[in-house]
Design a protein around this ligand. Sequence first.
Ligand SMILES: [Zn+2]
Length: 317
Amino acid sequence: MAPTRDPIELSPPDISAYQKGNTGIDYVTTYDSGVAGPHVMVNAVTHGNELCGAIVVDFLFQQGVKPTRGKLTLSFANYQAFLNFDARHPGMSRYVDEDFNRLWSTDVLDGPRDSTELRRAREMRPLIDTVDLLLDIHSMQTRAPALMLAGPLPKGRQLAGALLVPEYVVCDEGHAAGKRMRDYGDFGNPGSPKNALLVECGQHWESASADVAMQTTLRFLKHCDVVDPAFIDKHLAPTPPPQKFITVTDPITIKSDNFSFVDEFVGMEVIEKKGTVIGHDDADPVTTPHDECVLIMPSRRTAPGQTAVRLGQFISA
Ligand SMILES: [Zn+2]
């Protein structure tokens, strides 16, 4: 793997105190208010090298945040990968065996395969089945503006809009390589009130990503109305500028062993003209399918079957 070009401005928090938890699942703690209300979950380190979520969940624990109604679960999903984090090789701890966030379909979860991440997903699954509202905190490879991945359904877009942050909301179907936790079960069922969001807070190790993660989490908890509003207001930044909504028109899934972009895209670039070449998949040019094409999360991991980039266009909220 090529050495990282991005400075390491964040340190992984010590999460050892949260291993035992109270759910029977390591690194998963559920507080029950005893009062009727939703089961709300704030989840960190679905990818082990993404530090901002761990910093925020650690903060919530340190602050002794408890639900005023319903239940609040605080969790570190792929803690095994996270515990492997090494600042000298910060990209290496994304997962142990495979991507935890591509396993969340029943055929994979119930299937015969085995891996460190599948065991963890199967261990967490019964708890996830009881969650009404999930915020899954992530970060990105490149220094691009933060964005919310709201999923393909109107309910995801509405929840993203209710939080007011981050500035960009991307309405998307996920990845050909497998289903994300945010799309699992009733989160992806248009007839269910259950709902989930995935926030991409900025580059994995930039300090600003922790601020984005914090503000998004506070606004999520405020919207869910499960935490003392005085605690939220104490830490809340001023109301941000209006959000911009983007829908994914074309996920670009890599076909060959020889994929490259024509430029060092970081994400959220807007390509003015339809038909502009943005990369090559072996001999095939990859072109923009429409004018005003937004590049969403171009990847530096360019293996066949993986998503190279997703192309989108601005829509009204
Ligand atoms: Zn991630």
